[in-house]
Design a protein around this ligand. Sequence first.
Ligand code: DOR
Ligand code: ZN
Length: 429
Amino acid sequence: MKLFLKNARVIDPAQNTDDIMDIVLAEGKIIARGPDLKAPPEAELIELAGLVAAPGLVDMHVHLREPGLEYKETIASGAAAAVAGGFTSIACMPNTEPVNDNRSVTEFIRRKAAEADLAHVYPIAAITAGSEGKRLAEYWDLKEAGALALSDDGKPVMDAALMRRAMEYAYSLDLPVIQHCEDKNLSGCGLMNEGYWSTVLGLPGIPAIAEEVIVGRDILIAEYTRTRIHIAHVSTAGSVRLIRDAKKRGVQVTAEATPHHFTLTDEALAGYDTNYKVSPPLRSRADVEAVKQGLADGTIDAIACDHAPHARTDKEVEFEYAACGISGLETSLGLSLELVHDKTLTLAQLIDRMSRQPANILKIPAGTLAAGADADITIIDPALDWTVDVQSFRSLGKNSPFHGRKMKGRAVLTIVKGTVKYDGRALRP
Ligand code: DOR
Ligand code: ZN
């Protein structure tokens, strides 16, 4: 199968490219790119004038709920949501039932992903057995089975000595450790950000320092053990400052931010709508501005949506009992493009944060449109006006506070290994 992509605005930060070009794809690879190429015989021509061709987007932090919680999401439905959102690669967190803390679960995820045959799905394995924070999982086994990072996401590793051992073991296998930074003693029974709105609404608060204490601690442990640490879903100004200072010192720390943490504040909780309940919680305006600044100056390397699909029965309960999380894969690019519209980032910087950076952190073969690379390509219509409708989501999780939000720009074609896996061109006027 050959494709000839014609007249696209090719934005490839890895090659410093932003030019109108043609791209030829064959046998799953990019075989040529340049201006005014000749169409190879038998190639299907796709005219892309006015559209952007980007390296396939990578989301390094998603929750697929299989095995065990298939009523929320399956690997197939999550991968379908990924390609509909423009993602060609996703990395899935281990908080399934059972937890992905052994090779049989890792192998199961890879098999299901291969059967779905949509996006690339990379399993992230647990740091500790059952993510219970008591003893380490078998990293060597997990790596051999295909896990490419470690995390107890959803829960922090609270024991600093165990975290040190985890980092030392991870170092020996060159696996990044991804931490959900939350000091459980400080967050306590909190339900939202601690501040003006938690006082007004009468909900117990989670202070910013609950996150920052662990960010600071883990930067120190990473520095001491010379291991790579990745800070998941950065939500506070203090975390951004700690990461910026650590990077200046040469600590191998990377970080991600979610679209909900840079587009919403804790004021959104005013209606007690459980779709806004997330972990870490939505923060103050000053925190949102600091996260955006962190993305602009490169302190925060990547955008990842923390796709957390839940069923209606998980969310349509009293605020205290509602599950945390937002079904994010199908709104991530639209929300992230708001950073381009408000001039926080250039379009090339946004594509960098959504493809090359996460690919580099995970060391996966993605994030570039260079000749010879895998043909994972996302075609974006940056001018397409559309409105979020959760009923049109491929994801089983309809839990999005963005239902009804007007967006400008979306993925209209998602190509994985040279094959079209999502075609949304009919959405164009
Ligand atoms: O909001 C969240 N939901 N944050 C997490 O850390 C976990 C996730 C989930 O698994 O639902
Ligand atoms: Zn998560």
